[in-house]
Design a protein around this ligand. Sequence first.
Ligand code: ADP
Ligand code: ASP
Ligand code: MG
Length: 450
Amino acid sequence: MSAINVAKFGGTSVANFEAMSRCVTIVENNPQTKLVVISACSGVTNILVELANGVTEQTKREQLLQTLVDIHFSIINQLKHPEKINNEINEILTKISQCAERAVSEPSEQLTDQLVSCGELMSTHILCQLMCEKGHNAQRFDIRTVMKTTSVFGNAEPLLDEISIAVQTHLAPLCKESIVVTQGFIGSDLNNKTTTLGRGGSDYSAALIAEAISASGLEIWTDVPGIYTTDPRIAPQAHPIKEISFAEASEMANFGAKILHPSTLVPALRHKIPVFVGSSKEPQLGGTWVKQEVESAPLFRAVTLRGNQTMITLKSLNMFQASGFLAKVFTILAQHKVSVDLITTSEISVSLTLDHTNTQGGSPKLPPAAQQELEKLCSVVVEHNLSLVALIGNEMGQAKGAAKQIFGTLEDYNLRMICYGASCHNLCFLLHESYARNAVQHLHRELFEG
Ligand code: ADP
Ligand code: ASP
Ligand code: MG
């Protein structure tokens, strides 16, 4: 394990000059921090996604471009030497303008990735220049050189062996001589085409780099002082958790706690790298440590909410006491690269949900070709507008009375699907999105505010 600490700063942490200056102080406060991974400035990726989806009206496109110019130049103009990065930023802005125009006539996932990567490409130029102006030996590194991925644009998978070799060859030596500032979220495939790891992917990038460099620690700096018992925007009484196990925090991330990209903890867990989550605005408040071993394992740890759920119900009398039906269903889904999330079955039907975190956003779709093939086997009903609520905890299935307490709290809600038992850390259910936040608030009040 190297003595390198990796610090990741999210969009709000690099939103403006003051925020970026706070990042520099945080990096200064930990001499082991040699690698800084950052997101695009707050709001930038959303604008780039909008442009990538094709904005036909030229004036609207120009307005969006102007907003991007304003966000970045309001920071650059406060630098001592803006001229050092003006050209680079202007070149990226020109590329955005050209790609945005192309996206109107020929939008594609590949073009989307080219466009959305520009946010991180710009923010890293600015933070690196600021670090240099504050007296640090910092250098900007294009992470696409080492973050090798599959070619699934918008939701690429990291190629771990390639990343490991490339990081050791190209990135590790730089960390010995300076502080490296690099991009989260983006990568490149084996043909050197730009890819992205899905929305919120910078956390995952930071963890992958931390793993490849055998870092001693990973810090995720965001806009809240740690992982809370639920999203504080949903339940203002939610409180930060001091210490949480990898298993529990992974479940939280996976089931929708936006504070961490769902895959973030996988590399950290593989290499047992302790992860700290804190607020870059108020670092003095401390934060959450995610570790292998923690002192307490409470029955109820947190509640999460994930929107945009798609539920598919497959029904066929042929399923009755027949073998191989599910195998056929999953073969079709696998052939169409549909990733299944939750699943419940009865004798003649099976319900499953789809989820994704890809860059384009929206609720996941069952590809029409997959639906047609499934319809040859059984009836297929697709439902949207659903949300998934997960209760995270420890050994809930072993605790007498836990189910009564949970479901008693939820007696007024119409639960569409319940998954309980496969994991000792979660119980989750699907319900209509219109009352999902209420259900989270209700559960939180009952189980965490007592
Ligand atoms: P960043 O841009 O730093 O990556 P995000 O917006 O992706 O930040 O994640 C931080 C946000 O995650 C918080 O502002 C909060 O609203 C949300 N969030 C969701 N669940 C939780 C939770 N359990 N604890 C803390 N924050 C949460
Ligand atoms: N900038 C990207 C996004 O907004 C990645 C990230 O912030 O983690 O999704
Ligand atoms: Mg995030």
